[in-house]
Structure formats: structure tokens, C-alpha cells
Write a protein that binds this ligand. Structure first.
Ligand code: ATP
Length: 139
């Protein structure tokens, strides 16, 4: 079975949506197999978002992601990478379809960075890389 890394970003924690987000994942039939709640070190966030280094939103993104604690989890299930990305909805909360986590729950109040509640790995290669980064003991 496939695994993916999911994050409830600081806006999701601040807005007390941890339970609601996990509920939607579990209701879909996806299992949570590892769970962690902590403030992320800046270096971890920079490594996680290395592909965006140099883009105008990189610094605001790193600041946002270190502005409060984050819930990190490993999810597991048949095609769970694609399934979670569909559950999450489009990156831009305004464009995310109703019925999705971002479409139903996110209002883009970020000025320079999109605050969109969650992250999910976008491919098996990213999932493996990100799981190693966030849960070195699990990989
Ligand atoms: P995530 O990786 O968090 O699941 P994603 O894969 O939908 O989101 P990416 O393109 O990987 O989106 O961007 C990572 C994050 O950077 C986004 O979730 C968002 O918070 C922020 N972001 C992406 N593009 C922009 C942009 N053009 N302006 C501001 N912030 C952005």
C-alpha cells in the first residue's frame, strides 16, 4: 500500500481544525499510521520546500510554516497520495472546490503566502523523501 506525508499547517492548528481534517481523512478510509505535533525547525521547513527556494513566496512560506505548531502525519492506503490531494482541493483556497478541505474550510487571508490549511505529498518520490524528513525513524 501507498504512504503519504500530510501536514496540518499552522493556520489549521490555530483555527482548531486538526480534528476536522483528520476526521475527513479517516472517513475516506485512509489510515493515519504516525502522528506528531510540534513546532518545526526552520531548517526542516526549508528542506521540505527546497523546490520553491528563490521564489518570491519562499521566505513568507518558511515564516508561515514556523509561526506555530504543525501536525505531521503519515497516512496509508490504496492510492492515498492522489486520494488526499483530491480531499485537500486546489492550492488556491478560492479555486478549491466545495466539498474539499480547502474549498470548505480555507479562506485565503495570507498576504504573500497562500494559507491553505494542509499539505500532502504530490508523488511517491516526494512522499518517500518527505516521510524520511519528518519521520526519520519510520523510513
Ligand atoms: P502543498 O505542497 O502545501 O500541499 P501544493 O502542492 O498545493 O501545496 P506547492 O506548489 O507545492 O502547492 O506550494 C507549496 C505551498 O506554497 C502552497 O501550499 C502554498 O502555501 C504556498 N504557495 C504556493 N504557490 C504560491 C504562490 N504563488 N503565492 C503564495 N504562496 C504560494
Amino acid at each position: 500500500v501507498e504512504r503519504s506525508l500530510v501536514l496540518v499547517k499552522p493556520d489549521g492548528v490555530r483555527r482548531a481544525l486538526i480534528g476536522e481534517i483528520i476526521r475527513r481523512i479517516e472517513a475516506k478510509g485512509i489510515r493515519v499510521v504516525a502522528l506528531d505535533f510540534r513546532a518545526l525547525p526552520r531548517e526542516l521547513v526549508e528542506e521540505h520546500y527546497a523546490e520553491h527556494e528563490g521564489k518570491p513566496f519562499f521566505e513568507p512560506l518558511v515564516s508561515f510554516m514556523t509561526s506555530g505548531p504543525v501536525v505531521s502525519m503519515i497516512i496509508e492506503g490504496h492510492r492515498c497520495i492522489e486520494a488526499f490531494r483530491l480531499l485537500a482541493g486546489a492550492t488556491d483556497p478560492v479555486k478549491a472546490a466545495p466539498g474539499t478541505i480547502r474549498g470548505d474550510l480555507a479562506t485565503d487571508i495570507g498576504t504573500t503566502v497562500v494559507q491553505n490549511l494542509v499539505h500532502g505529498s504530490d508523488s511517491p518520490v516526494s512522499a518517500e523523501r518527505e516521510i524520511k524528513l519528518f519521520f526519520p525513524q519510520e523510513s
